[in-house]
Design a binder for this molecule. Structure first.
Ligand code: NOJ
Length: 721
């Protein structure tokens, strides 16, 4: 409950004048139907505003529309309570940055924060107060379309991403108000949906919840995230929208989260579909008890709460508590003082800098995985650019592109023509995304024959990934593979650029036949120039995969943090874990990625090889750029507890860092370690720190061959951490 002391006199005064319907109005968020991210509702939000029966709108954009809606609320509704406006500003608002799964590959906390800050500046000037982001659902199943929205397979990376994003979105403006409130989602375990099927059940153990799915949310709460959205799904049979233990218990009571809990779209009513509520009143009561303050776009709070109150299933005090929280949020956003705050603020002066940041973000997100015979940087005098993704202004923006306009994208064709001004760049689309086009392949092959090198851009359109876009065959469509096969047969060296929003299963011939291979992602408004910078060598690629790429769909989920088995994988032993018909390892592992520079590492050193459980120490390693170009190396620090009371993951990511090195330069990289970093949840899920050895691994990826190991001993356990 919000304590009375935290509720300002102004909020108390407004609440004192409110009818029940007006109170419930504050707890109702409606879409105006312009941007559809769920089934349309039956109401005209404008009528609801006049009647004080809505407290916030989502998916509205357009300054005039927002100003008008706000004017109606403050000037024409009985109490004049301002609305707030929410939108999915997930990876940029007008200047679109790479999709989150791509930007996560930059492994750059500062970049993640800066792009969020720029998104907030743009959204704020369009009158948006809350973004339904960051999405921090750890995802390991490439069938799940929403994998695009998160920071990949690892809880630590998602937690660091969450911190950076919340800081960036919620940065204060000149008057000291936060520009854009973050709403971390989807609490929790949405990434674990069965078979990657969107909205399906998530049947995860308590251990996995605490070790994998919850840490990113804990991090968001520690960064003072303003709001949290429960997931659509049920977790081990309890629908998250009604999960009292995890929301009121863990989130509010244990973690002290005092922000808003905003349901997902129509999720409160959907408690009936889950089969845990018989009617809207029961659904509303369950959600309110669990801690939900705002019902997004369902009939449950507006229609069900009055009935629930009559039945005695909820109390007025519970409703008041949620209303106070909503009004306190509006007050905190400065809306009682200036309901039009932000709308139309002139931000044109910063546009060039924001677009430059989008380009920088794209360059740092595109992952180079192969570069045979130093194919890149490209020195060709004539380049045949081929493929439907090379000229896809809308699709390069990816899913959830907020107010991003394809008309403002710089495509790959344009980018390469500008970036390779001294070369001849021909372009042939070759095919549509999923279908051949007449003569398309022939044109493309002709173009390839006439050129010194081919840049082949294939992949997915933006609607193939995202919400309600799960796929049993996350593959490149056949028409594009036919194109690729014909282009390869032309015999020219091919740079393959995969423009995708999730890992796809790739045929061996496609990977093996490419001289250079890049994961371009859907890299946003500036994808064209960013890719050109990399291909020309103006930028030395530095991104690393934040998610493993399976060899086949049947290998899913495959990730570096798997737990050991009693029969560890051994290619020479048929009775060890693995598959008869697929390799054990993914095609590309977490952390893979190269650049144009080469690095060597010295041996790992610990300041103290043995520490007690309260101690800290430092792990050091020298890194040298042994090439003739400047470059950026990424180092990951993993740990493994080889003997514990319960099985521990084969590798646990503890930290990552990037270092920029001039040719020939050596620098020392250090990671500080606390003994408590190696505590774990015991068989009763209590924190425990053991005596004994922890293996520390440092390297450029999670592949065993990329890692060096050193042992740290913790000397005075076992005791509780
Ligand atoms: C449903 C999605 O699950 C959620 O992530 C999004 O914020 C809402 N729709 C609003 O668009």
């Amino acid at each position: 409950m919000m304590s009375r002391a935290e509720v300002s006199a102004r909020v108390r005064a407004v609440m004192a004048r409110m009818t029940l319907a007006e109170k419930i109005g504050q707890l109702s968020m409606l879409a105006d139907g312009l941007v559809e991210t769920g089934p349309p509702g039956p109401h005209n939000p404008f009528t609801m505003i006049l009647e004080g029966r809505v407290g916030s709108l989502l998916n509205v954009w357009g300054r005039d529309l927002i100003r008008e809606a706000q004017r109606k609320a403050v000037e024409e509704s009985r109490l004049g309570v301002p609305l707030f406006f929410g939108l999915d500003v997930v990876h940029g608002h007008r200047s679109i940055h790479p999709v989150p799964l791509g930007e996560a590959c930059a492994f750059d906390r500062e970049l993640w924060e800066q792009t969020a800050r720029d998104s907030a500046i743009e959204a704020f000037s369009d009158g948006i107060h809350m973004t339904f982001a960051p999405m921090i659902d750890v995802a390991r199943d490439i069938r799940w379309g929403r994998i695009v929205e998160c920071a990949g397979e690892d809880p630590y990376v998602n937690a660091e991403f969450a911190r950076a994003r919340v800081r960036g979105y919620q940065a204060a403006d000149a008057e000291g108000f936060m520009r854009l409130a973050a709403c971390a989602k989807h609490f929790c375990a949405y990434g674990a949906v069965l078979a990657g099927r969107d909205y399906a059940e998530a049947d995860v153990s308590e251990r996995t919840l605490h070790e994998v799915y919850l840490p990113p949310f804990k991090a968001a709460v520690e960064e003072s995230v303003a709001a949290i959205m429960p997931a659509f799904v049920d977790v081990a049979g309890v629908a998250m929208t009604a999960h009292e233990k995890l929301m009121r218990g863990l989130l509010r009571t244990q973690w002290g989260f005092d922000g808003l809990i905003v349901s997902d779209y129509n999720a409160v009513s959907e408690l009936m579909n889950h089969g845990v509520a018989a009617d809207l009143a029961e659904a509303a009561a369950l959600a309110l008890h669990a801690g939900v303050d705002i019902d997004m776009m369902s009939e449950a709070f507006p229609q069900g709460l009055p009935v629930a109150l009559e039945r005695g299933a909820v109390s007025l005090e519970q409703i008041d508590d949620a209303v106070a929280r909503v009004l306190a949020f509006k007050e905190r956003m400065g809306l009682f003082d200036d309901p039009y705050r932000g709308i139309g603020v002139d931000i044109s002066a910063g546009r060039a800098a924001r677009r430059a940041l989008s380009r920088e973000a794209a360059r740092r997100s595109i992952v180079l995985l192969r570069n045979e015979d130093a194919m890149l940087p490209l020195r060709a005098k004539s380049i045949a650019l081929i493929g439907p993704l090379a000229d896809a202004p809308e699709d390069q923006l990816g899913a959830w592109a907020s107010a991003g306009a394809g008309a403002e994208s710089i495509t790959i064709v344009e980018g390469l023509r500008r970036g390779f001004a001294g070369a001849h760049v021909s372009f042939a689309r070759g095919c549509a995304f999923t279908a051949p086009i007449d003569g398309g392949v022939d044109d493309a092959v002709m173009g390839a024959r006439d050129a010194d090198a081919v840049v082949l851009c294939i992949g997915e359109d933006r609607l193939s990934t995202g919400e309600a876009a799960s796929r049993t065959k996350p593959e490149i469509p056949a028409a594009q593979l036919d194109l690729a096969r014909a282009v390869y047969a032309a015999g020219k060296p091919v740079v393959l650029v995969l423009c995708v929003s999730r890992p796809l299963v790739l045929p061996d011939w496609l990977v093996d036949g490419a001289r250079a291979l890049l994961i371009g992602w859907h890299a946003g408004s500036e994808m064209g120039p960013a890719l050109a910078d990399i291909l020309s060598g103006a930028f030395n690629p530095s991104a690393r995969l934040c998610v493993s790429w399976p060899t086949t769909t049947g290998q899913t989920p495959v990730f570096f943090g798997m737990r050991p088995t009693g029969r560890p994988h051994d290619p020479n032993n048929g009775w060890s874990t693995g598959f008869l018909d697929a390799p054990y390892a993914p095609r590309f592992s977490f952390g893979e990625g190269i650049g144009y520079a080469h690095f060597t590492r010295g041996s790992l050193r610990l300041d103290e090889a043995t520490i007690n459980r309260h101690a800290v120490t430092t792990l050091r390693v020298d890194v040298t750029n042994v090439s003739e170009v400047p470059g950026v190396e990424t180092l990951f620090l993993f740990a493994r507890d080889p003997v514990a009371q319960v099985t521990r993951p084969l590798l646990e990511l503890k930290d990552f860092t990037k270092v920029a090195l001039a040719p020939g330069e050596t620098t020392q990289v250090s990671f500080s370690l606390r003994a408590s970093d190696f505590s774990y949840l015991d068989s009763e899920l209590q924190p425990r720190l053991d005596n004994g050895v922890i293996r520390l691994f440092v390297g450029a990826s999670a592949r065993a061959s990329d890692l060096d190991c050193i042992e740290l001993t913790i000397a005075d356990g076992p005791r509780e951490a």
